[in-house]
Design a protein around this ligand. Structure first.
Ligand SMILES: [Zn+2]
Ligand SMILES: [Zn+2]
Length: 305
């Protein structure tokens, strides 16, 4: 089974503190690294967790509040100083290009590697990335400024050959490829063989969604229905529900309600306000609504199943 797992690098909101870093998560999809948000200090968190930053191929930024991107210039600069040549794809709000260009202009920095931009649309869902294994869609969130979430969906893989069964037949390499594609084949004696005799279905594709800063908004449900693991912000506890609304954030129970309505597998909550030292209370408020809730813990990797 190919790897599909996410590591939390930052789980706090607003300001970095001694106990929590601002938002960042690293998705490892079949050995390809996607960095989602890049709060201040993310490159240190990557090092602390022994993640090679030059392996990051794609960086996704949800919105332009500092706790989600103030680590980006530092990270790009380090990649440059280490002599990176390989392209970095940056999926982000269009305004971020202006910020990066201005910083590079005044520091007279020409990056050693190409930056390829894909701009998110804050108004509607769209496909922002596609490769052999994976599709990424952005979708709108309701926050104080333009903000998008991201949905990562594995593609359906090829059918798997059952080796012991294959050994009982003489089949050409070309026909073995046809078997993987799901076609029936003819062996070297001219005998027809049904695909189902020699193969089994590919593993079910997995999905992960990242719902960054947002007010409680049931419109999210349509984008994350049935997803295996959903990260949803949970900045406040229920006692601060009015503050959550005023600042366009969510409480733990509200995040759990969205999870329940969406029929997802597991919920991961984070973006905890610095006012809370202990995060167990978040779990206590979320679990009665949606039992399968996990706390975002920095340095911890969550397998998406
Ligand atoms: Zn934030
Ligand atoms: Zn924000």
């Amino acid at each position: 089974m190919e790897l599909f797992e996410v590591t939390v690098l930052g789980s706090g909101s607003a300001t970095p503190s001694l106990i929590r870093n601002p938002s960042a998560q690293l998705l490892n999809a079949s050995g390809h690294f996607f960095l989602i948000d890049c709060g201040e200090g993310t490159q240190i968190q990557l090092r602390r967790n022994s993640i090679k930053l030059q392996r990051i191929e794609c960086i996704l930024i949800t919105h332009l509040h500092g706790d989600h991107y103030f680590g980006l210039m530092g990270l790009l600069q380090t990649m440059h100083l280490l002599g990176r040549q390989a392209k970095v794809t940056l999926i982000c709000p269009a305004e971020l290009k202006e910020i990066i260009d201005l910083q590079n202009k005044h520091s007279q920095t020409g990056l050693s590697f190409p930056l390829e931009y894909v701009f998110t649309d804050p108004k509607k869902a769209q496909l922002v990335y596609e490769d052999k294994h994976l599709e990424i869609h952005s979708f709108p969130l309701s926050h104080r400024i333009n903000c998008t979430g991201f949905l990562f969906k594995e593609k359906i893989g090829l059918r798997r050959i059952i080796k012991e069964k294959l050994q009982q037949h003489k089949i050409s390499v070309a026909e073995i490829n046809n078997l993987r594609l799901g076609l029936d084949v003819v062996d070297e004696n001219g005998k027809n063989i049904l695909n189902s005799e020699l193969t089994e279905p590919p593993p079910a594709p997995r999905s992960f969604a990242y719902c960054s800063d947002t007010i409680y908004d049931e419109r999210i449900v349509e984008y994350i229905k049935g997803v295996n693991l959903v990260y949803h912000e949970s900045t406040f506890l229920a006692s601060e529900i009015d503050r959550a609304k005023k600042t366009f954030h969510t409480t733990a129970a509200q995040a759990a309600t969205i999870a329940k309505m969406s029929g997802i597998g597991q919920l991961l909550i984070g973006h905890f306000s610095a006012r809370y030292g202990n995060t167990e209370d978040f779990l206590e408020e979320a679990k009665p609504v949606f039992e399968n809730t996990l706390l975002a813990e920095e340095g911890k990797t969550y397998k998406i199943i």
